[in-house]
Design a binder for this molecule. Sequence first.
Ligand SMILES: Cc1cc2nc3c(=O)[nH]c(=O)nc-3n(C[C@H](O)[C@H](O)[C@H](O)COP(=O)(O)O)c2cc1C
Length: 407
Amino acid sequence: MSIQIHDNTFWVGKVDNRDVPFHRLILTKGTTYNSYLIKSEKPTIIDTVDISFGKEFRDNLEKEINLEEIQYIVINHTEPDHSGGLRTLAAKAVNAVIVCTQAAVYELKEMYKLHDRTFLVVKTGDTLDIGGKTLSFIETPYLHTEETMVTYCVEDKTLFSCDIFSTHVANEHYFNDKESNDILEDFKTYYTLIMHPHRMYVREMIEKIKGLDIALIAPSHGYLLREDVQKFIQIYDDMSRNVETSRKGLVLYSSMTGNTREIASEIKELYEANGIEMNVIDVNRTELDAVVSEINKADIVFFGTSTRYADMIGNMESVLKKLETIDLEGKYAVAFGSYGWSGEPIEIIQDYLNQSGFTTLNTSQIVKSTGMTDVYFPIRIRFSLNEESRTGFKRAVYHTLDLMMAE
Ligand SMILES: Cc1cc2nc3c(=O)[nH]c(=O)nc-3n(C[C@H](O)[C@H](O)[C@H](O)COP(=O)(O)O)c2cc1C
């Protein structure tokens, strides 16, 4: 079965009426897996369906098109509730090139044994001519996992937004204007559960799609939004906004040649850009009592050192030794530092913090609470921040900002 959504574009997904187990939740209203077929001169599929329905998906699609004619399969997100039909489809769509982000290639190849297939890697700003229509791609990391992107059809003004702007409801109405029930509560619940943990990336995404003229949002789950499109974007904008907080941060650092000081000032910049006061102190230029007094006032403290012959430098260790005398209940701590090849003292700071009354951020806890596998604590920067290391650094600092703005 297919539903026409544009002159030659069709919904070819699956409505799943079950109680769907997902991310340790049960989706009691079910969901839909929205896949789309664009019958342009170079026929293109945008996303597939959940892995449980791969064969059914392919069999249905075969009624719409000779699968060998498919030229492109765009995979916006590798999670198997979107990409799950890829293996079955690819087996018959033998001429199709798989279009995805760089980070997605490895996951798709391994998950679906597609080592021999041709992949087209796209990044933000790239376009693809599919014969009569143009697809443009925007990377939207962490909405909902690292490799995610969205696809915009320029001529149709359709945003294939994947998980973003989705709703978990097994509706048979497809379009929001055909649904008589108010969908706002389900739309907001979805945002809260799936998107809000990645709030900082929602803010980035909203900036990225601002310039697009969007007539239809075609997400991966639930309703296709063609009425009040801007209202739904505005809801994401409103719900992801920074909340006002009186919380304060503190960065304590010790640096030989300035790299750790640079990291400290970038932490301050990110905090202040998000409306949170951040004090930065060089522990070698400030009396210990004054440092302790600042720790008492802060809700989160970053402790950073550079590495000198496998050790921390200056007064940092004196500050760390003092922690056992301070009430740190309810405060967060982060270890960070710059190093050249080993960076031992960053780990030693982490040990001190773990033994203190702080709640100290660590990688294992991030994986468990967010599913993000590339946000690392302690924050280790080789020499100075550069284009490559800044991405990971920002992810980590974003995470701390989320903690500061939590209720
Ligand atoms: C005297 C000296 C000793 C160093 N020893 C180490 C070391 O043992 N392990 C390491 O990873 N880096 C080592 N480094 C590299 C520094 O940690 C690195 O350059 C760092 O970026 C300096 O940070 P800073 O500018 O904040 O002082 C050493 C550098 C110097 C100058």
